[in-house]
Design a binder for this molecule. Sequence first.
Ligand code: PMP
Length: 363
Amino acid sequence: MTDRVFNFSAGPATLPVSVLEQAQSEMLNYKGAGMSVMEMSHRSKAFESIIQHAEADLRALLNIPENYKVLFLQGGASLQFAMVPMNLLPKGKSADYILTGSWGQGAFKEAKKLGAVREAATTAGSNFNRLPGPEEVKLDEGAAYVHFTSNETIFGVEFDEEPATGDVPLVCDMSSDFISRPIDVSKYGLIYAGAQKNAGPAGATIVIVRDDLLERVPEGLPAMLDYRNMAKNGSMYNTPPCYAIYICGLVFKWLINGIGGLEKMHALNKEKAKILYDAIDSSDGYYRGHAEKACRSLMNVTLRLPSEELENKFVKEATAVGLDGLKGHRSVGGLRASIYNAFPKAGVEKLVEFMNAFQKNSG
Ligand code: PMP
């Protein structure tokens, strides 16, 4: 494995090597089917078993209650920005959005085209380097739902607890911290996540939705955009993203059998993030974290150097030694180290070593 780099990409992102190896070994002949998963009918027994096991393992991992449906859809989290209001925001009602970064803003902008929405809180004023305190969140008790983004991938701010919304259903874009830690699914009305960070390859979007919310879905939506239709057909109204679902299934198995569940995964994620944040905090201000300490993401570590010139030099030299994908998003600048579930601790340690040497040589 010496020719694999440490891949800090924000997504699509690094996958467990054991999952890639299993996919490789099953590529030409999946369990005696004489073909790869990419080539088989989605109506075949073999694929039916793949999607059923993927769902069962995800249910086990997240302890998903029975009154929730699990859907494997397409169109990315971005399509969910539109599907959520199309399905869950009836005429005459409005929805609340808590804005803590660009992805939340994107969801809000899309929802605005489709119904009445309110900004319940925003931290745009501080370039999304923090989360709003409970007193800053102005909720409408009659809202159809409250939408928030549990981890803002670009700014690196993460909620460690869901906002309290009383009886108003909570809708969460969990794309970049999905299955990185245990959560209480019963606190949510709907969770969605693009797969390409923690769950698998791009192409599958996972939606977990409480049954009673499906009753709200209005008649007449296009079939592909209708949660009730997708749920009724077990995500197979049309050809699902078969290969992506297969890899997600392997990742869920890796989390269960290889890692030992989400408590263990969370502990590992905290350990990795601490190594990196400690390095930032002990650099005498040479490295500066973007997010306030209380809301630092365990998944996306965002930081600045003393100048843009040094940041460019850092990225270039890091890439040359196999530390790949560290350039920050243009709206924050600086560096971003995405250290999702499958990102190895050894890569974080190598980055910290590199940071210390870089500071010494360039500071
Ligand atoms: N929400 C969040 C939190 C994200 O990180 C991303 C992608 N980086 C998106 C939404 C958009 O996802 P997609 O590209 O799957 O539409």
